[in-house]
Design a protein around this ligand. Structure first.
Ligand code: DO4
Ligand code: MG
Length: 276
């Protein structure tokens, strides 16, 4: 089942039909205890919307939540970061965090700095080397449980983070540096480890980079990331946690204005954003 946030309130997509949940706010719907069971029980009392289109009404699936992110959870990310920061003497930190019990977790964006499906993402004006990071993103509810999944793009300025690991917040957090969407997928069981994450970057309509990875390539468990995120840290409306990238384009590649980024995680859908 998929929850969408729209200008008309939250909508549920179930068996290819759409159902309005306008009696509840988006924040309150996504934080219902046992969300899958709640949707399953309540959808039977609702009438499917006819000729429904999300095109004009879709909003990012976030209202009062913060977006956090995990880093260096895939070998590819560890190796790319060690390489980009070796001249600054920072390479060793990534090796150590990859092996450590405590994962890297950082604050990514407020809802106001986050965009949704089809909205524009940005690259910083003081950076010359930028990439998208396609990441499965957990929705963690106010009780600290993983209640759903969405697609995330953790836009990153590699020259800034490579100059000094202490510059990470500047490389990661700025206006429109995070994209999530198009929906929150709610499942009766955890998402399968065989799930594929695909990235395609198009320039003037032509593919300039594409690659895929699987959740099974991730070094850490989702529960482990959530345990550290929520340790002595409360989220009254829940929060989103990006789980790290397993895809890093070659060092010769940087995004430019006009590039379109497609991230597909099949059970959820495709998140598309253009660099503005
Ligand atoms: O340590 C830098 C950021 C890592 C990150 O964002 C990732 O691995 O996805
Ligand atoms: Mg990342």
């Amino acid at each position: 089942m998929k929850i969408y946030n729209t200008t008309l309130g939250p909508y549920l997509e179930h068996n290819s039909s759409f159902y309005a949940y306008d009696d509840l706010s988006f924040d309150s719907l996504i934080n219902q205890p046992n969300l899958y069971q709640f949707l399953h029980d309540t959808v039977t009392h609702k009438v499917a919307q006819k000729d429904f289109s999300l095109d004009e009404i879709l909003l990012p699936p976030i209202v009062s939540q913060e977006v956090w992110a995990s880093g260096v959870t895939y070998l590819r990310s560890k190796n790319a970061r060690m390489e980009e920061s070796k001249d600054a003497g920072g390479g060793d930190f990534y090796d150590r965090v990859y092996a450590a019990d405590r994962p890297e977790i950082f604050f990514k964006a407020t809802a106001a700095r986050t965009v949704g499906h089809t909205q524009g993402v940005k690259i910083r004006r003081d950076s010359k080397w930028n990439v998208p990071e396609p990441e499965l993103t957990l929705f963690v509810n106010s009780k600290g449980d993983i209640a759903g999944y969405t697609i995330g793009n953790d836009m990153s300025s590699r020259d800034i983070e490579g100059e000094n690991p202490l510059y990470l917040p500047q490389a990661k957090s700025y206006d429109k540096s995070a994209a999530i969407g198009p929906c929150i997928l709610v499942l009766p069981q955890p998402i399968a480890k065989e799930t594929e994450i695909r990235l395609l970057i198009e320039r003037e309509g032509v593919g300039v980079f594409s690659q895929a990875t699987h959740l099974s390539q991730m070094k850490r468990e989702f529960a482990e990331l959530v345990r550290y995120l929520t340790f002595d840290c409360s989220f009254p409306h829940g929060c989103f946690l990006m789980t790290g990238t397993g895809i890093v384009p070659p060092d010769s590649f940087s995004l430019i204005k006009g590039d379109t980024i497609h991230i597909t995680i099949d059970p959820i859908g495709t998140l598309i954003n253009t660099v503005e």
